[in-house]
Design a protein around this ligand. Structure first.
Ligand SMILES: Cc1cc2nc3c(=O)[nH]c(=O)nc-3n(C[C@H](O)[C@H](O)[C@H](O)COP(=O)(O)OP(=O)(O)OC[C@H]3O[C@@H](n4cnc5c(N)ncnc54)[C@H](O)[C@@H]3O)c2cc1C
Ligand SMILES: NC(=O)c1ccc[n+]([C@@H]2O[C@H](COP(=O)([O-])OP(=O)(O)OC[C@H]3O[C@@H](n4cnc5c(N)ncnc54)[C@H](OP(=O)(O)O)[C@@H]3O)[C@@H](O)[C@H]2O)c1
Length: 257
């Protein structure tokens, strides 16, 4: 149970709806709140009984931004998101002071290519990782795959494209390959199969233009738990190892539910 001094109360400063069931929002940021890109925060809202309902939310914003940004699904009837989706600018939300999670590049040793594979809101932590200068300095090549059902759900595609003009690492942006995947409608420029299928049939490597290789590749996977499990199995079946505490491997994973 969180005690009052374990969290701060922040204000919602901006809301952006992507689709009727996907939106992003920014909050004020407690000066003492620290995180490593890829980590998540725990957000709290009062429930009907006055008890706070807490949920994990990956942080989209950069570690140096003065605000925090999150990207949320709306689950019909969901205890948290049915409340969250009613909030407006100026409303309050609790944020635990602790940062959490191991979907961070410091889980890896070596590696020259970073592959970030996501479904749905699982793209959120990867946007934060892309805003970190060290990501661009440490890796020679960076791949971001975002798999969604419908093209309108390709949130942050424009943000990723705008990295090309970034004042500090824009000149490195040729390192990045962004691969949109749309599975339930035809969409120009997007691949059409689920991530494990794209790995199996070689389509993903063909699109990216270079191959996966345990010597070079470090892989982060985030999103639908079944996708995470199937994709993990694909890699571990080929000799890749999951990073453990104090034991860097090739894979870092996060399930969103
Ligand atoms: C480490 C971690 C990071 C997370 N980061 C995010 C994030 O950045 N954005 C976000 O929207 N959610 C994220 N989640 C999920 C989030 O914590 C809540 O589950 C979500 O807000 C729904 O809350 P709820 O109470 O409305 O429904 P819940 O009762 O929590 O969930 C009900 C059902 O909704 C589905 N569901 C829940 N979350 C998602 C999702 N993100 N995408 C698709 N289906 C989902 C699942 O089927 C789940 O069983 C994260 C979860 C974890 C564990
Ligand atoms: N109310 C609405 O209008 C609305 C709209 C969309 C979603 N939703 C609900 O929101 C929830 C989450 O939807 P979401 O679209 O964000 O997440 P999702 O169902 O996880 O789908 C996101 C992406 O992940 C893929 N995926 C799903 N399972 C996979 C697996 N085992 N392996 C590899 N890829 C997999 C999907 O492909 P596939 O397309 O092949 O499954 C899709 O490309 C669902 O419960 C859904 O019912 C509601």
């Amino acid at each position: 149970m969180s005690q009052p001094d374990k969290f701060t109360t922040e204000k919602i400063t901006e809301i952006h709806a992507w689709t009727p069931h996907l939106f992003s929002f920014k909050t004020t940021r407690y000066r003492g709140f620290r995180f490593i890109p890829g980590q998540f925060a725990r957000l709290g809202l009062p429930g009907d009984d006055g008890k706070i309902i807490w949920r994990a939310y990956s942080i989209v914003s950069a570690s140096y931004d003065e605000y925090l940004e999150f990207f949320s699904i709306v689950v019909p009837g969901g205890a948290f998101t049915s409340r969250l989706s009613q909030l407006r600018e100026g409303d309050e939300i609790h944020v635990e002071k602790m940062n959490y999670g191991f979907l961070t590049t410091d889980r890896f040793a070596g590696g020259r290519d970073l592959w970030m594979l996501s479904t749905g809101t699982g793209v959120a932590p990867f946007v934060s990782i892309l805003f970190e200068a060290s990501t661009w300095e440490e890796y020679e090549r960076i791949v971001l795959v975002h798999s969604v059902r419908q093209a309108a759900e390709l949130a942050y595609g424009d943000t990723v494209a705008s990295l090309r003009e970034h004042e500090y690492f824009g000149h490195l942006s040729e390192k990045l390959v962004y691969v949109p995947v749309v599975t339930r409608e035809a969409h120009d420029g997007a691949l059409a199969h689920r991530i494990p299928t794209l790995l199996d049939n070689g389509e993903l490597e063909a699109r990216v233009g270079f191959g996966l290789d345990p010597e070079r590749s470090r892989i982060m996977i985030c999103g639908n738990p079944e996708m995470v499990e199937e994709t993990r199995g694909w890699f571990t079946g080929r000799g890749y190892q999951v990073s453990r505490r104090g034991q860097p491997g090739h894979l870092a994973l996060e399930n969103l539910w």
